[in-house]
Ligand binder design. Structure first.
Ligand code: PLP
Length: 400
């Protein structure tokens, strides 16, 4: 039998050392819990990184994958397969967009959206190609998405960056108006709530004002819903939390494939400008990933999981606010649905995450002074109570 120490040796010898992993070697999951190779259980308040919105090993998803794997998993998109169309229909029926293209990740979804935007600029705006994005955003790790992602840490080692992106402060409509150049700007790409940037919630009118500005200038208003989509922030799609807001282009990934690698970019009919030959993908939308995605999306819609996330999120934030009364170094609790951050006046989030591990809680140090929680959307109140008790115990030490 291989021990967890052996796995760590294998990793350090054979795997590219691009991440500092946490100690547990995880071998199994069930609902909100995961189990390591020694049989120890953890509450997973990362949900596979905002991916497992129905938790680990959800029977509807597992069954759909088993069933589809026994039928047909992969064909070229030159042929019809059916799970792809069921999932596209669910997305379109429940959102403002009209057409879907499936790919394999969030970065790739945003790449596709940017191709739509550039073609839009070519056809309608005299070749305009520049896309305005926000500082503290996260759009992925490809060459172009590093330029779109407004965080110097992701850009520094890869300059010169791909041209065609400008990063402006988030939640600042004027900054977008100032960055706009007629004949050069073709789109704006924003997250409805910034996830990796620390759960930054914009003011109520921000997205609507940006949308109105985009439409006034005939440029595309694009939302990156890779993290906020599929119920995470309390509505099926994040933009539905903001009255009057509808994206022209919307991207999805993370929870879309329920644990299988699946992304999508979607458009309204008026800007569905890609034509045969313009784009493609070998794996994108294959029968296996879209069967998993369809099964998950059906449960999320039919069981009104977004509303559950909204209610549970209010409960969770209430418990965290009670901790904030106890520990004066907690300066803010913020979130929407089950995407929640705790901001502190001390840089102790790394130590807090590390100290919570042996206590059986997984969470994310999204910034040195910020914790982020993104549990499965069907997490129970009892599990939240348990997580908050652990957090309370741990903060008593790390905050002292
Ligand atoms: C995670 C994330 C991405 C990147 O997704 P990958 O699948 O890792 O490429 C893009 N945008 C947002 C908002 C994300 O949270």
């Amino acid at each position: 039998m291989t021990s967890s120490a052996d796995y760590k040796d294998l990793e350090s010898k054979y795997y590219m050392q691009v991440v500092n992993r946490m100690p547990p070697v995880l071998v199994r999951g069930e609902g909100t819990r995961v189990f390591d190779s020694d049989g120890k259980s953890y509450l997973d308040f990362t949900a596979g990184w905002a991916v497992l919105n129905l938790g680990h090993n959800h029977p509807a998803v597992t069954e759909a994958i088993r069933d589809q794997a026994g039928k047909i998993m992969q064909m070229s998109n030159l042929f019809y397969t059916t799970p792809q169309l069921s999932l596209a229909k669910i997305i379109v029926d429940n959102s403002a967009v009209d057409r879907v293209f499936f790919c394999n990740s969030g970065a790739e979804a945003n790449e596709g959206a940017c191709k739509v935007a550039r073609k839009w600029g070519k056809i309608n705006l005299n070749g305009a190609y520049e896309i305005i994005t926000a500082l503290d955003s996260f759009h992925g790790r490809t060459q172009a998405m590093m330029a779109a992602t407004g965080q110097p840490a992701y850009q520094e080692n890869w300059k010169p960056l791909m041209p065609g992106f400008v990063n402006v402060p988030y939640n600042d409509v004027q900054a977008i108006k100032d960055a706009y150049v007629e004949g050069k700007t073709c789109a704006v790409l924003l997250e409805p709530v910034q996830g990796e940037g620390g759960v930054n919630i914009p003011s109520e009118n921000y997205l609507k004002d940006v949308m109105d500005f985009c439409h006034e200038k005939n440029i595309l208003f694009m939302l990156d819903e890779v993290q906020t989509g599929m119920g995470r922030i309390g509505t099926l799609f994040g933009y539905q939390q903001f009255p009057g807001v509808e994206p022209d282009v919307m991207t999805l990934a993370k929870a879309l494939g329920a644990g299988t690698p699946l992304g999508a970019f979607t458009t309204k009919e008026f800007c569905s400008v890609l034509k045969p030959g313009d784009h493609g993908s070998t794996f994108g939308g294959n029968a296996l990933t879209t069967a998993a995605g369809s099964a998950a999306a059906k449960v999320i819609v039919d069981e009104n999981i977004p509303e559950l996330a909204e209610d549970t999120g209010v409960y969770f934030q209430g418990k965290l606010l009670a901790l904030a009364e106890k520990y004066e170094f907690i300066t803010e609790v913020r979130g929407m649905g089950l995407l929640i951050a705790v901001e502190m006046s001390k840089p102790i989030s790394g130590a807090t995450v590390a100290a919570a591990l042996p206590e059986g809680l997984l969470m994310n140090a999204v910034r040195p002074n910020m914790l982020r929680f993104m549990p499965p959307l069907n997490v129970t109140r009892a599990e939240i109570d348990e997580a908050v008790e652990i957090l309370d115990r741990v903060l008593a030490q790390t905050g002292a």
